[in-house]
Write a protein that binds this ligand. Structure first.
Ligand code: LLP
Length: 428
């Protein structure tokens, strides 16, 4: 197992110093279990890679937005990359400083922009002329100044799953690098706007560093040109995207190669380097713990039906993502079977693995779905009226309930039996 925070001890999978079968007995399943140490160590790897530079590492809240995790990262000195008012609310609720927040996203509402301006976030990563004009207007009204970067689309192929690749010209994200320069010059003249940064994000789960280097080179060149034109460019934001090894054959990528390449240029230009890592900070820190409900055979196929489902972890269904699945208790000499590991939801897409060779498990046994700390719980929903799992944060031998399991009452909270009737709207 590559991550040291999840290991087998006396034949049982532990997270740090906690036995995961005891966790399942106490807190039930399905449950997300996170290792605090894993999160901290991965964040610190970024800190040390960027040590010689002016820097701000803005954890990408979308990867896992639980308050406990934001709190751990805040205590480490992280800033935050947000994409909604809700994420800003979470950062503030976790005690984060608004001044450490960068607001990304292709479609920000006026309400969200106003909220961010009132809280005085660090900067906005803007993706269109229309957005910059709106920010200018709202900032002027609120008598605030907005620091902006334009998210440039460097037209680099990120070589990842098409749903999470964002850096090509045909994608909805960012502004074409060819037109970005003119947009910067226009934006610089707008009221209440300071054009202080250049940003990009070319995609997620990148398993080679080369596209990031290529994108960085292109936006550094743009930053230099903008400075020549008199714009006060002070920071460069290279987004997130570093992949993690979901399979043991995947490379374990490090940010060091990128920093070795661009560090001298960044230093020479006295730019602050910003990064927005999400997945690479939290993915390997989490597992989804699930219990086998039953096994069955249909035709020639074996199925292991577990109590977690696609509503809890949608990555396999949505991106054909691979997650390692291991038995929490290892038994020596156990047979292996080839099976589909599926959830109970009424959808054929409700699977965690197909045709996977796993240990022959029986009803009642526990499985851990690995590398589930990023884009796991945050993408969970209540489909089939399934309460969402609890989230547990392990620190040594301590377990804290980062989010309690939802109840049936939670499922219907905010709903009504048609008792609230509005008669004051115009009728067609
Ligand atoms: N910055 C921006 C502007 C982003 O759009 C993203 C991710 C990040 C940073 C963080 O990227 P990371 O370091 O996590 O790769 N749900 C998908 C991933 C979607 C990523 C969206 N943007 C999945 O489960 O693979």
């Amino acid at each position: 197992m590559p991550e040291s925070e999840f290991q087998f001890r006396d034949g049982t999978l532990v997270c740090e110093d906690v036995d995961l079968s005891a966790v399942a007995d106490r807190f039930g399943t399905p449950s997300y279990v996170y290792s605090k140490h894993a999160i901290v160590s991965r964040y610190r790897a970024y800190e040390s890679a960027l040590a010689g530079l002016r820097r701000r590492i803005c954890y990408s809240v979308k990867a896992n937005s639980n308050l406990s995790i934001l709190d751990v990262l805040r205590a480490e000195g992280a800033g935050f990359d947000i994409v909604s008012g809700g994420e800003l609310y979470r950062v503030l609720a976790a005690g984060g400083e608004a001044s450490s927040v960068v607001f990304s996203g292709v479609g920000k509402t006026e309400g969200e922009i106003r909220f961010a301006l009132q809280e005085e976030i660090h900067s906005f990563n803007c993706e269109s002329l229309a957005e910059i004009e709106t920010i200018s207007r709202l900032a002027a009204t609120l008598e605030r100044t907005a620091s902006i970067a334009i998210r440039v689309n460097p037209d680099v192929d990120a070589v990842t799953h098409p749903y999470i690749s964002t850096g090509l010209r045909e994608h909805k994200f960012g502004v074409d690098i060819a037109t970005a320069e003119e947009l910067y010059c226009y934006a610089a003249k707008l009221p209440a706007i300071v054009t202080e940064g250049v940003s990009c994000h070319i995609g997620s789960q990148l398993l080679t560093i080369d596209p990031l280097i290529e994108a960085a080179d292109r936006i550094i060149t743009l930053a230099e040109r903008l400075r020549t034109r008199g714009l006060p460019i002070r920071h460069l934001d290279l987004g997130g995207g570093l992949g993690v090894p979901y399979r043991s054959s995947d490379p374990a990528l490090s940010i060091n190669a990128l920093i070795d390449h661009i560090g001298p240029k960044i230093r020479a230009l006295d730019l602050m380097l910003m990064l927005e890592p999400g997945r690479s900070v939290v993915a390997e820190a989490g597992v989804l713990l699930t219990r086998v409900l039953l096994t069955k055979q249909n035709g020639g196929k074996k199925f292991v039906v577990v109590d977690a489902a696609m509503n809890d972890l949608i990555r396999p269904a949505l991106y054909q993502a691979h997650h390692e699945i291991v038995s929490v208790r290892q038994a020596s000499g156990r047979e292996h079977i080839q099976a589909d590991v599926v959830g109970p939801i009424c959808e054929t897409g409700d699977f965690f693995a197909r045709g996977r060779v796993i240990e022959a498990v029986e009803a009642g046994e526990l499985l851990a779905i690995r590398t589930a700390g990023a884009y796991g719980f945050v993408l969970a929903c209540n489909y089939n009226s399934r309460p969402r799992p609890c989230e547990l944060l392990i620190d040594g031998s301590h377990i804290s309930v980062a989010k309690r399991r939802e109840s049936y009452e939670d499922l219907v909270r905010g709903e009504s039996l048609s008792t609230i009737v509005h008669t004051d709207l115009e009728t067609a």
